[in-house]
Design a protein. Sequence first.
Length: 306
Amino acid sequence: MLNPARVRSYQHLTAGDLVPPTSPRVFFEPADTETGVWVARDLITDGCSVLDLGAGSGAAAAAMARAGAARVHGIDSGRETVAWAAEHYASPGGDPRVTIAHADFARLTTEELLATAPAPLPRPLVVTSNPPYVPLAERADARRPSISGGPDGLKWAPAIIGHARALDSDLGLTIASYSTPRRAVHLLRDAGYRVRGITLCPLPLGEFTLRHLERILALEQSGEAVLWRRPDDLTPAYFILGLACRRAHRHPDVPDPTGDDLMRLLRTAARSRTTRLETLDAPRQITHHVPLRVLDLPAATVRTHW
Ligand SMILES: C[S@@+](CC[C@H](N)C(=O)[O-])C[C@H]1O[C@@H](n2cnc3c(N)ncnc32)[C@H](O)[C@@H]1O
């Protein structure tokens, strides 16, 4: 029995965080952001610091501080995004535990990334990222930097995993059920990470993604992406997929799900009729159990990406 924990309301984002930013170049999809915070929460210990790669509006960073991190330092490559986050969430005017810097995490070394923080980050350090993860064909990809994840949705994963590994930190990574999750687990395991907690959140596909679905459909056909196709709803949906990962050498004997286990889990979820993902309650053949959480959240009417 998987017996997932179910959460039916936003527990981390505040009412203010659920209001869309007035700047069009600030990512806004609250279910996505809330999922990333749950993943961080699985890894945060009192007094730790979080390095959040692709921090967006800063709402997630502030929520991670409220969830127990002593410091959260966010990095984002969008200038308007960073201006928004600095004004609304970071110190000096916002939460004193939150800082934000303008930087490209794929271009900087890990040391250079840490040096963008105004003061050294206390250890232990957790790396989190809810990066652009939509698999898009090249032309569409170039048009939407805040969601474009390259041909398999994992364009940014090697850089993120590389930084976490260089820091010997635990890693919270949020992707989607269509972002080649099996490959994501392979990349994580190759780098010495083990998935120790899974958060799933069903979400309708966004308008832009629906208009540029070719790559996702090709991945689905090849068995590397899972969409949720309900008989009563012609428009496919997907699952946001939060992976709380720990360094294997610190937990050597704990069994963990493989990429195949994860695909089986997603396919089971995709047989559900409701956003509760009720099929996950049935006895299953998944060999390695890790804590599983289902976020059954009201979908936002507005979503902003650029
Ligand atoms: C999908 S949004 C998520 C934002 C935030 N983590 C959240 O959950 O609300 C991805 C963010 O990553 C940023 N980003 C994309 N590539 C980046 C890179 N190479 N370096 C830094 N930030 C990047 C984008 O500007 C965008 O704000």
